[in-house]
Ligand binder design. Structure first.
Ligand code: SF4
Length: 190
């Protein structure tokens, strides 16, 4: 058995160690709510979560960004979540994130705030979320996309030949698109 003095000493040292760990933040450390946020977003706060946004000007646009984070300097960063096999981002992701940034830039509630020229695609993974940074389109390029989409949807212009027929997978215009009906479909049926 330990002598009484040694028990007191061990208890004293144990309490001292606990105080040291608590003061240095190792004990009772608050659990991070979003532990896998990219480093560039550390210190940011969740500003919006799946909030519907709609604007009339300079173009009519609506959408629901999955999340919008606000950096300590006030800048807003849109994030969209995707579940797909590969963690690669694509041009659609860039257009979608740019659309959210455009909404934020012109919405009455957020137009006074700076908007980041980039966003993130979040890929939920078993070992933690993974984020990929995406540079957004410039204003003119995005507005051209919106105008073109509006004309295409109204059937006023025809689609251009896609660089890759993979672009047509899942496209909502397949039924009316001449290129798809007369070219892609035939290629796909070979
Ligand atoms: S189906 Fe037509 S509109 Fe859709 S991606 Fe292919 S070419 Fe473009």
């Amino acid at each position: 058995m330990l002598p009484l003095d040694n028990i007191y000493l061990a208890s004293f040292l144990f309490v001292l160690a606990l105080i040291f760990l608590a003061k240095s933040g190792y004990l009772f450390k608050p659990k991070e709510k979003y532990p896998s946020l990219p480093y560039a977003l550390k210190g940011a706060k969740l500003f919006m979560n799946e909030q519907y946004l709609e604007i009339e000007n300079p173009k009519y646009l609506n959408g629901i960004p999955d999340q919008v984070w606000q950096l300590p300097n006030g800048m807003l960063v849109p994030i969209d979540t995707k579940t797909r096999k590969s963690m690669k981002t694509n041009e659609y992701d860039r257009i979608q994130l740019t659309g959210y940034a455009y909404l934020l830039k012109h919405h009455p509630d957020t137009k006074h705030l700076p908007i980041a020229p980039y966003g993130y695609i979040r890929f939920p993974m078993q070992l933690g979320d993974q984020y990929r940074k995406v540079q957004l389109l410039k204003k003119n390029a995005y507005e051209e996309c919106v105008d073109r989409y509006t004309l295409l949807s109204a059937g006023k212009i025809q689609p251009r030949k896609p660089q890759n027929t993979k672009f047509c997978v899942g496209c909502g215009h397949q039924d009316t698109c001449n290129y798809f009906l007369f070219n892609v479909k035939k290629v796909g049926n070979r």
